[in-house]
Design a binder for this molecule. Structure first.
Ligand code: UDP
Ligand code: MG
Length: 312
């Protein structure tokens, strides 16, 4: 097939989604067919060890428009999206989750906005169905901090459910960075964009794969790949605490000089010292985070490895 023959590419990262894929395809295909345009659905198996890949193979056999990529191991959701971008041929590229939390019907709305000329169509989840309050709170908090630290305004409730024009995807493919944080990058790119709201459904089958650890990693990647503010915060914090320590020192010394009594209290001294050490360690930690980031980037390792392709 030639590049210009496909209008829509849908990319679906799938990690332990054996019980969701069939249902997803069943719902998605009629919606895309109703558009009277050619399409492909790329299911990216992010190193699942259940029957996800077998399901993808079976789905491809039934319908050649359903294609598959299989990673050699779990590289993470962001890289599954990136791999999809690498192979997608559509003029509009839609990304969505496999668990039907991103309602397939809503793809219609994404396409409508694209037809109006928006090159980026983001979605914003309005909290509805059973999204735990912890998830709501942490994501809200994270995006507040992220927006502050990076200067890139992204909305809480914004997930990787969106439509991107071919032009935008081509730009994204130029980014060679390792700590991929698509939400931030896409915000950074600019382009005419629109945010539309949808009501997230409940996960159809299985459980969430975004464990707490993964979320932390995602958050750190997002911040350290985007901003130098944490480093600068270190400088400010350093200045403030040393100023504080300096004033305290002057006070202690002048009391000794003018009243000729030394202020007793190694305990308070110890307090100050350990406080300062705490601050110091935090700053070193922040530095370490960035140095680690530099290390990873300089290695220029491939960001994902594909074991098998089907239909591509
Ligand atoms: N996912 C992935 N690799 C991972 C974790 C998740 O490809 O390491 C996929 C997963 O199969 C799903 C999407 O990313 O299609 C969102 O994951 P999940 O539903 O577990 O996260 P939540 O909706 O709870 O944030
Ligand atoms: Mg989900």
């Amino acid at each position: 097939m030639k590049i210009d023959e496909i209008t829509y590419s849908v990319i679906v990262p799938s990690y332990f989604e054996q019980d969701n894929l069939e249902k997803l395809i069943e719902e998605l295909v009629p919606i895309l067919e109703s558009k009277n345009a050619t399409f492909e659905i790329i299911l990216v198996d992010d190193g699942s060890t259940d029957k996800t890949w077998e399901k993808i193979q079976a789905l491809n056999k039934k319908d050649g428009r359903v294609k598959g990529l299989q990673f050699s191991k779990n590289f993470g959701h962001q890289y599954a999206l990136l791999a999809g971008f690498n192979f997608a041929k559509g003029k509009a590229i839609i990304t969505m989750d496999a668990d039907l939390q991103h309602p397939p019907k809503f793809v219609n709305n994404l396409i409508n906005e694209w037809e109006k000329g928006f090159k980026i169509v983001n979605t914003i989840r309005i909290d509805s169905a059973k999204i735990s309050w912890i998830k709501k709170l942490t994501s809200k908090l994270f995006y507040k901090i992220f927006s502050f630290l990076s200067g890139v305004d992204i909305n809480p409730g914004m997930a990787d459910f969106r439509l991107l024009d071919r032009q935008v995807v081509n730009e994204l493919l130029e980014f060679g960075e390792s700590g991929l944080f698509l939400r931030g990058l896409i915000g950074w790119l600019g382009y005419p964009h629109v945010n539309i709201e949808y009501k997230a459904a409940e996960r159809f089958a299985g459980t969430t794969k975004y464990t707490f650890g993964k979320m932390i990693k995602f958050a750190l990647d997002g911040i350290s790949s985007f901003s130098l503010v944490p480093l600068r915060l270190g400088i400010i914090l350093g200045i403030l605490t040393s100023l504080f320590a300096f004033i305290e020192l002057i006070y202690v010394v002048s009391v000794r000089i003018f009243t000729e009594v030394a202020i007793p209290g190694w305990a308070s001294g110890l307090g100050v010292v350990s406080f300062l050490f705490g601050v110091l360690f935090i700053i070193i930690g922040v530095l370490g985070e960035y140095i680690g980031y530099i290390l990873v980037e300089t290695k220029r390792r491939p960001r994902f490895i594909i074991n098998e392709k089907i239909g591509i």
